[in-house]
Design a binder for this molecule. Sequence first.
Ligand code: ADP
Ligand code: MG
Length: 728
Amino acid sequence: MPTLRFQALKETLGRSAVKVDEPGRRSEIYSQNVFNESMMRQFLTKEAYENVREAIQTGKKIDRSVADHISTGMKEWAISKGVTHYTHWFQPLTGATAEKHDSFFEPIGDGTAIEKFGGGQLVQQEPDASSFPSGGIRNTFEARGYTAWDPTSPAFIWGTTLCIPTVFVSYTGEALDNKTPLLRALQAVDHAATDVCKYFDKNVKKVNSTLGWEQEYFLIDSALAASRPDITLTGRTLLGHSPAKGQQLDDHYFGSIPSRAISFMMDLEIECMKLGIPVKTRHNEVAPNQFELAPIFEEANLAVDHNSLIMDVMKKVGERHHLTVLMHEKPFAGINGSGKHNNWSLATDTGVNLLSPGSTPMKNLQFLTFFINTIKAVYDYEELLRASIASASNDHRLGANEAPPAIISVFIGSQLTKVLDELEKVTDGKLSPQEKTDLKLNVVGKIPEILRDNTDRNRTSSFAFTGNKFEFRAVGSIANCAGAMTVLNSIVAKQLRDFKKEVDKLVKNKKMKKDDAIFNVLREYIKKSKKIRFEGDGYSEAWEKEAAKRGLSNNKNTPTALKAQVSKKTIDLYKELEVMNKTEIEARHEIELEEYAMRIQIEGRVLGDIARNHVIPTAIRYQNLLIENVRGLKEIYGEDFARHGKEQLEILESISSHIAIINSKINAMIEARKVANKIEEVEERAFAYCDDVKPYFDEIRYHCDKLELLIDDELWPLTKYRELLFTR
Ligand code: ADP
Ligand code: MG
């Protein structure tokens, strides 16, 4: 009897790599489907073009009268590329992206029709968005929400649709999406960083936050993925015994890429090129069938959009190759999970990376200023940073079976540690000319050299300095980077504001020279933020103990971690920076808790169904085979049968006991769900799912996995780990 598993395996084994043709030089197709500057210059009037540029550079609103010119130009460009529809493309709080396509086509009443796309349609739209999560915002304020064009992220074409990146807000202005708070945070960090830059270079007018993400993912044959209800419904396997061979040989990492995967990657890269996503790196990751993709870094808002877009494009391209892309943080137990490293820095409009040391002592002091302020920001807001990456799926990585830990710490390497140790000794008050010269020559001046041969790497740190940027490693692979980026840029903005105030105060009240004041404030910051710095093994138990002693948080699950999102400290922070008001903050908290509870609920249901409808019936079928066998033995050997059938009888009993436990645990889990579902208060409900429902998963799984080992392979209905991970 061919089960879905065997059908899927047969289908998979018959596949070969889909041929992909390079459409020419990559540099030639780059950005071909993007309404970028060069296209704008070509398709817009001079006035319209200047307006968009100004909007991009200064955030100035676009004039309604000009909007009509822009939309017309955009439409002409799009139609010249075969486009028929347009959509406002936005990022609701579901974490996915959303779009509703409308046609350009418009009948004009005399039996003919035209293509129309007005300024109004470009600038603002009202999607029927009542089923997007709003955390009650729209109930409390206005029923409707609208999307509005974000000119800082260029429009692009996917298929035959013109996609216009937009924010999604309620009529009273509350953010209903991921992009709005991010844009506000980016503006806050721009202003704060520009002000601090002026100590060093008066010409700086704008500071951009930069983001280079690295996306990890698994590729599984789509027939195999479809044969597993848990993968289909939850994006991960809820059961499955570890294969005899896992990743212990390290023979996949950076190894030669399997041919079907390489076809997929080529195809994906070509699509990315056309969409203006500057993908650069591709390679195998640690786990079997795990891969990574990384672009060159970009301005953070654009990079976030590109990541959201690429996650979508990956799925679509995967379909062409009969591959399912698993973006979940932990699709397989016992095997490395996936993350999305967020490489972050700040760059001035004069072309300086503020986390890269420069050629003069002054530039290096500027580097140190941004470097130390970032460390201090992370120290002060480590819990909020932890909250920004919390989700049901990322809980499987953070603080669970694998790295990085749920503790946020900063790694800077031994050389920079020495520099900070030196700076800690700076005189309190005015510095003598001798001390200053000495500092400039021997400490600050040495930094470029130090970093040039900085080979210090620590893979276990959640927030590591890697030469010219910080790398936030704990972000989940399926997450929208906007969450982490909103927090990181906000806390650094806040820190830089405080820094400026303190320096200015010393200059004014203590009559200090500017750089004396900077050294003084930095010295105090180094002392104050020391506890967040950790150079050792972040995965060790010793670090957990040490971190607890230092008073660092170690929030191991989502409901606990999310508390920091609504603390007074967070509310004050976002209020000061105008990133989010209390309503928006609380709405997000509610949405994330709700989502957490729902995810665990769905997983619980799916696990219960599979265990009951797939595993137990299979176990019973196999038991029947054994019973038949024993009965036969009895016929042949009479009372002596027990000697010949000893093993069979043992297996029979063992199966019975596993079945009994699975069944009773499923019942108990269902009861726990019923109790949880009755809880009105969302945080309490999330905790009930976390503490009372989720623990059953491991117990049920353990016994199902034992059965997998006992039962005849031919009867087992669920595609096994070795098949999912090693079939290519
Ligand atoms: P790895 O972490 O694998 O060792 P690299 O050090 O080569 O990788 O860089 C990783 C990522 O860092 C790349 O995706 C790159 O785009 C990004 N990156 C490099 N410089 C910056 C920067 N100034 N700002 C943000 N991201 C950056
Ligand atoms: Mg990395």
